[in-house]
Design a protein around this ligand. Structure first.
Ligand code: 1GP
Length: 441
């Protein structure tokens, strides 16, 4: 090994670091430095390339690499098995000029638990972590957003775990010589527990708890959390017909209480959007003939949703008569489809599938007297390959099991858990035993 190169093992990754060699321009110094490290790691035949996102890779080799430089140094991280990202930063007071842009007020407020001399290096480490995760994620995430939830207290340890919407990462501070630079390595561990796509693809039956920001008072959320112990529902849906609550704060509160449960927006209108959730049901009311609810509101919110980068789940929403005049009927000015005409419901679901909707929601309406009949669920199941969600008026584990047996993939319960939060665990136990039986087959 060249004497000027440091080689550091971090778990199953290797980090190489050296000073930038002399050359006329900064970029030439960087290229020469990178080259030295790449030759050290892979030999002199190594060819460095970049994919369209700008991520580096080695021509002809299935090895993950990541590179970073400062004005003085360059480093290379190598892992044989899993994507990684590395970032090296010079510790400088200048970070205070951009910290408001890079971190949220709540991230910054937590700095107060450290003495002020440590603030600059902790902010630099937080920045390094965002950059390292951005690189490990394939340079596709909006890394300056809230997608990398790094916080000052994480650096009380040399390594910790962090979940983005897509993946869980192992974050390590790399112990480099020299006190005026910091270096962070992010290593992808697994799809994040909050990765909704992954959860839906798992072929498990899922229970969703629906919370309505207008109805679920602030003390009901902690109460629900208390009863969700030891196990929580698989998904929390946030949505309702009212408009008056800030969904940013509400989703924050839900995520604080249920940090490892995906939070998915199930919006009653365009005002119910926040990029803080893990995913959005991008839904169209295909049982009705109100163009505003089929495509109007979707167009109004489309750009905002796209720019946020949130995971979207294209969904056909079919309102079915549950024996009450539901709030959805009132809000959408549409009529529910009658349960005695199952063919129309099934045809509507097929049309949704053909239009590209990956999810179909059979909705009897919140607080319905009569849940969606199992003949209807079975009819849709047999005629489509969609991800099938059923909700409205389900009040017992038996009703939930009937919906699953007929072919539902996810059952949604709102009202009943609001009124009887203490019963939530018995529903979770029932779904667990269903999933266990399924995996034994
Ligand atoms: C409502 O389907 C959901 O949109 C859940 O209904 O509140 O009756 O459980 P409940």
């Amino acid at each position: 090994m060249r004497p000027n190169i440091q080689k550091i093992s971090v778990g199953d990754s290797t980090v190489y670091l050296c000073r930038l060699p002399e050359a006329p321009t900064k970029r030439e110094r960087e290229i020469l430095g990178e080259r030295q490290l790449l030759c050290e790691a892979f030999g002199h035949d190594v060819i460095l390339r970049h994919n369209p996102q700008g991520a580096p890779y080695i021509d002809g080799k299935h090895t993950y690499i990541s590179l970073s430089h400062t004005k003085e140094n360059v480093c290379l991280a190598v892992n044989e098995h899993t994507p990684i990202g590395i970032d090296l930063e010079h510790i400088s007071d200048r970070i205070h000029n951009v910290k408001q842009k890079m971190f949220s007020p709540s991230q910054l407020a937590q700095l107060s638990q450290f003495n002020s001399e440590a603030h600059t290096s902790i902010l630099t480490l937080m920045w390094c972590t965002k950059e390292a995760v951005f690189k490990a994620e394939g340079r596709t995430a909006g890394y300056l957003g809230e997608n990398v939830p790094v916080e000052p207290h994480h650096f009380l340890n040399n390594s910790f775990r962090l979940a983005t919407r897509r993946y869980m990462y192992g974050i390590s501070q790399v112990d480099i010589a020299g006190a005026d630079e910091v270096c962070v390595l992010a290593r992808q561990i697994s799809p994040s527990a909050n990765n909704v796509e992954q959860l839906l693809a798992d072929h498990r039956k899922l229970l969703a708890l629906l919370v309505d920001p207008d109805k679920t008072t602030s003390d009901l959320l902690p109460q629900l959390r208390q009863y969700c112990s030891p196990k929580t529902p698989d998904i929390i849906l946030v949505g309702g017909s009212g408009l008056d609550v800030s969904l940013d704060d509400y989703v924050d509160a839900v995520k604080q209480l249920f940090p490892s449960t995906p939070v998915v927006l199930f919006p009653g209108s365009t005002s119910q959007f926040t990029a803080k959730a893990d995913a959005l049901m991008f839904l169209s009311v295909i049982s009705g003939r109100n163009a505003e609810c089929i495509i109007g509101q979707q167009v109004a919110i489309a750009r905002k949703v796209k720019e946020s980068g949130i995971t979207t789940l294209p969904m056909g929403y079919i309102l079915i008569d549950g024996g009450i005049h539901s709030s959805v009927e009132k809000a959408t000015h549409t009529q529910a489809l009658r349960q005695d005409n199952p063919q129309l419901i099934v045809d509507t679901a097929i049309a949704g599938e053909l239009l590209g909707m990956r999810l179909i929601y059979l909705e009897a309406g919140s607080g319905a007297d009569i849940p969606v009949g199992n003949n209807i669920i079975r009819g849709v199941r047999l005629s489509t390959d969609v991800y099938l969600i059923v909700g409205g008026g389900i009040r017992t584990p038996e009703q939930m099991k009937i919906a699953f047996a007929a072919g539902a993939d996810m059952v949604v319960i709102g009202n009943h858990f609001e009124q009887h939060p203490e019963q939530i665990q018995s529903f979770i136990d029932a779904i667990d035993s269903l999933n266990e039986k399924k995996s034994e087959l």
